[in-house]
Design a protein around this ligand. Structure first.
Ligand code: GLU
Length: 376
């Protein structure tokens, strides 16, 4: 693991940059901070040129919207926050679009709820959309779908959302740009001489204790939520970097040696994903495949409809199913790209026939190689 550790942003294959509301809006209120955004998108464009795929997780909808709607006094109730998010998301996204347009980079807006990243069925849809956007060179800008989520089914903070997205799309780096430059041995707001922690190999109870207690009214976006996000992401094979984002060009500053805390991943994205697919799954069906397909899977290829001999069970797209050979020997399992009804219709057929058989053009593969695990 050590030799494959991510040590710079430029060497990341797929990087998520999470930005909090305080960085995105000007000090005087809820207007997007265009100068800061311009500098950040300069850094992102430079990383993209070097081949790193970028996904933004952006907060700021509530902050921008509350000003636009005149909701300026005190704490907002849930409905007001949701209304503010609905109004503010437009201005927020527009600011991103404008900043990226300077580099001729296309952006795309994605609003997610927890189920979209955590439930396997919905996960496959969200993942495929992000993958497609990245393959087309766009930068997805993601936020929580605040207007439809009630208190109980919210991510609540975008640190956690960003970590779930990292897990969903197999990112190898996640930068949490913050108003603090990283992790200290104790909360620097209450302790005079805490020491700085530049690197974390593993999130131990000692590391957790350093984050302290979440201050009342400060549960969103504090160090506690950052450590929690780091735990989710590092287990999923993604390094996490907490860095001070207040100054312009703070992404470029990370690679030039500015102080930051770097949490190392404890797996690789692909082994973590395979573990996630294989673990705690109750398969809802079986695909029986022919010898040619079994050989292809053994060589790391995807499962095409042509290699499927029969389909049993009742399942939806994204459900877990088992793969067997014609002697009923289990070969592996994975997330299937078609429902059992459609899988039966296309089994044994060429990929080019899918559209005629189903009336729509679905995925070329019955099960993509990233979505399947062959038994060891
Ligand atoms: N989704 C919220 C917003 O856009 C922010 C949540 C957070 O910052 O953690 O305002």
């Amino acid at each position: 693991m050590t030799e494959t550790r991510l040590t710079s942003l430029t060497s990341a294959r797929r990087l998520i940059v999470k930005i909090g509301s305080a960085l995105l809006t000007t000090d005087s209120g809820g207007a997007p901070n265009h100068d800061w955004l311009a500098a950040l998108t300069d850094d992102i464009a430079a990383l993209k040129v070097k081949g790193t795929e970028i996904i933004i997780v952006s907060s700021g909808a509530v902050a921008v919207g509350r000003q636009a709607l005149g909701l300026t006094g005190g704490a907002l109730c849930l409905e007001e926050k949701q209304a503010a998010a609905a109004a503010g998301q437009i201005g927020l996204f527009h600011a991103w679009q404008e900043a990226f347009a300077r580099h001729k980079i296309q952006t795309a807006q994605i609003l997610l709820t927890p189920g979209d990243t955590e439930e396997r069925r919905r996960h496959l849809n969200a993942r495929n959309t992000v993958e497609t956007l990245l393959s087309l060179g766009a930068v997805p800008v993601i936020n929580e779908n605040d207007t439809v989520a009630t208190e109980e089914i919210r991510f609540g903070d975008n640190d956690r959302l960003a970590a779930r997205v990292a897990q969903m799309i197999g990112a190898d780096g996640l930068v949490l740009l913050s108003d603090i430059d990283g992790l200290y041995s104790a909360d620097p707001r209450h302790n005079r001489s805490p020491h700085f922690i530049p690197e974390v190999a593993e999130i131990t109870p000692e590391i957790e204790a350093m984050a302290g207690e979440a201050a009342p009214g400060y549960s969103s976006g504090g160090m506690v939520t950052k450590i929690e996000a780091a735990r989710i992401a590092t287990r999923a094979g993604c390094a996490v970097i907490i860095a001070d984002g207040k100054a312009a060009h703070s992404l470029a500053a990370i690679d030039s040696g500015k102080r930051r805390t770097w949490f190392h991943a404890t797996a690789t994205p692909s082994t973590a994903r395979k573990r996630w697919i294989a673990g705690s799954l109750t398969p809802s069906g079986v695909l029986t495949i022919d010898e040619g397909a079994a050989k292809a899977l053994g060589n790391g290829k995807s499962l095409l409809p042509a290699g499927v001999v029969s389909v049993s069970g009742v399942f939806e797209r994204g459900d877990a199913v088992v793969i067997e050979n014609s002697a009923k020997v289990r070969l592996g399992c994975g997330l299937v790209a078609y429902s059992s009804k459609d899988a039966k219709l296309i089994a044994g057929h060429k990929t080019g026939e899918i559209e005629t058989l189903l009336g729509y053009r679905g995925r070329d593969e019955m099960m993509h190689r990233d979505d399947l695990v062959i038994d060891g």
